[in-house]
Design a binder for this molecule. Structure first.
Ligand SMILES: Cc1cc2nc3c(=O)[nH]c(=O)nc-3n(C[C@H](O)[C@H](O)[C@H](O)COP(=O)(O)OP(=O)(O)OC[C@H]3O[C@@H](n4cnc5c(N)ncnc54)[C@H](O)[C@@H]3O)c2cc1C
Length: 492
């Protein structure tokens, strides 16, 4: 079997990449070794930046409809009294940031919605297909895949290992995975129970005796999380879980009915030395693992895939292969920061049980200003720099109809915004580039000045937005040699 891209792993990272490639009409095959999709809650927090990406993939509204907001945390004292406090520092949506708060949606529902979108685009993951090994040469990768009907070869121009923390792809590539074990082990389980309100996230105890029961939005279940001793066998049977709930909460009125899914795991923080070897890439947990505190893992995995998808599509259409090196250049640094942050949050949670989340976890301020893809000709004092996330802005179309900038970004193309230009565009139409004039009589009208305010535009300014919604180049002179070279080499 021949294809352009072989994606190994149909988790959050693999599914996101598959949808992005499907909407770009890039041939690919998506395989997963499991017989059927995973059914546990695991990563239940979708951060505002990831919601923006899911909007571009046409799944955000479905996810929001299926999930809900984070409830307040209720901290119980030993005498049964309690205090409530906000779990997330949600801000109101703004014109530039349409999603002010994270969404809670159990991971299996997130993945199910991603699979539905993928099916609408004409693709399904091939389950019970396990990557067993691969070889690569100058023109592609030959992968050996075990299927129920025997082993098959799949030949692809690129292989993406989105195969989770124990990634076989990473191991075959011999990529180092340095980091450390964090001396923390925990249980996570999805439970049907009675005796607790679903209005709040219930938390008891400190240190090793903590336990939390969080109502899982979009379901009738609670997610249990609790630390367990590093060594020894912890009783994960239904009776063992019921006993731990009774002991750590001190309550006899919480009745466990069914355990739908359970898992225990030891936490570590590790970052792959490289994200690419030749024609093979790793993404998501295959490239970085860390504690769940801060709810970053699924989000970072989705955003790895989002960064890689358009670059793979461009390379397949003839862009310079060096573009593909910017994937590791941009994403590895982000993962390193995320590892540090989630480890710090784990330390805080271990001491005090504090799981509050704020702006830093929302991923809206992450970007690539130091990237080799960022060209900034507007000067250091401009409010928005090349590499930053491109803000949204409510505008109107030439017919007076409401039009958000993000609706243009759905196109999967580069967008060149020309703000109140004095002359016609200097660039001829080309595939993958959409030139949009903004002005009183132009196709896009910034009636309330949201675009001007968010981008710091003055008449004649130009913003070139990458297909993944980050600012590639900012200039006041579209004839500048650096800007012309940028368009020539990168926009394909
Ligand atoms: C308790 C807990 C809470 C969490 N909370 C959050 C949260 O709130 N927010 C958040 O963002 N993240 C959270 N996470 C992390 C999140 O679950 C992971 O980061 C996310 O699943 C990573 O997605 P992925 O697609 O990279 O990998 P995975 O989801 O691990 O998917 C990898 C896939 O590859 C397949 N595979 C593996 N090997 C092969 C092979 N050889 N051949 C074929 N297929 C293969 C596997 O079957 C699997 O389906 C949490 C995790 C835990 C454990």
């Amino acid at each position: 079997m021949d294809t352009d891209i072989l994606i190994c792993g149909a988790g959050a990272a693999g599914l996101t990449l598959a949808i992005d490639l499907a909407r770009r009409h890039i041939p690919f095959v998506l395989i997963d070794q499991v017989d059927a999709p995973f059914a546990g809650s695991r990563g239940k927090g979708i951060q505002p930046r990831t919601l923006e990406i899911f909007e571009a993939l046409d799944v955000a509204d479905r996810m929001i409809a299926a999930g809900g907001r984070y409830p307040a945390q209720r901290h119980y004292a030993a005498d049964g009294g309690y205090r409530d406090e906000a779990t997330v520092a949600a801000s109101a949506a703004t014109p530039a940031e349409p999603y002010g708060a994270p969404l809670m949606l159990p991971q299996h529902l997130t993945e199910s919605i991603l699979r539905t979108r993928l099916a609408e685009l004409g693709h399904t993951p091939r389950y019970a297909h396990a990557l067993a090994g691969f070889d690569q040469d100058d023109s592609g990768v030959t992968a050996r895949v075990r299927t129920p009907l025997g082993e098959i070869d799949i030949r692809a121009r690129y292989l993406i290992g989105a195969d989770g923390g124990r990634s076989l792809v990473r191991k075959i590539l011999n990529i180092g995975f340095p980091g450390k074990a964090l001396d923390a082990r925990a249980v996570v389980a999805d439970l049907s129970l009675s005796g607790l309100t679903r209005e709040v996230w219930h938390r008891w105890g400190k240190g090793a005796q903590q336990i939390s029961l969080c109502p899982l939005q979009g379901t009738t279940l609670f997610q249990l999380q609790m630390p367990i001793p590093l060594e020894g066998v912890f009783d994960l049977s239904d009776a063992g879980i019921a006993a731990a709930i009774a002991e750590r909460t001190g309550r006899s009125d919480i009745r466990l009915h069914t355990v739908h899914w359970r898992s225990d795991y030891a936490m570590s923080a590790r970052l792959a030395d490289r994200y690419r070897v030749g024609r093979v890439f790793i993404a998501g947990d295959a490239a970085h693992i860390h504690p769940p505190t801060g709810g970053q893992g699924l989000n970072t995995s989705v955003q790895d895939a989002w960064n890689l998808g358009w670059k793979l599509a461009a390379a397949l259409r003839g862009a310079d292969e060096a573009l593909l090196d910017t994937y590791a250049e941009e994403r590895r640094e982000i993962a390193a920061g995320m590892l540090g942050m989630s480890t710090r949050l784990l330390d805080a949670a271990r001491d005090s049980g504090d799981l509050r989340r704020g702006r830093e976890q929302q991923q809206l301020d992450l970007g690539y200003p130091a990237s080799s893809l960022s060209l900034d000709e507007r000067g250091d004092d401009a409010p928005l720099r090349a590499g930053y996330r491109a803000p949204d802005a409510p505008c109107v179309g030439a017919g007076g109809q409401p039009l958000r900038l993000f609706s243009l970004l759905k196109s999967a193309d580069w967008i060149m915004l020309r703000y109140e230009p004095a002359a016609a565009a200097a660039y001829a139409p080309r595939r993958g580039l959409r030139i949009v004039n903004v002005g009183e009589r132009a196709e896009l009208r910034d009636q309330q000045g949201h675009l001007r305010d968010a981008y710091g535009f003055t008449p004649g300014d130009i913003a070139l937005i990458r297909p993944d919604g980050y600012l590639g180049a900012l200039t006041h002179d579209e004839h500048s040699p650096a800007f012309a070279a940028y368009i020539e080499h990168l926009v394909a």
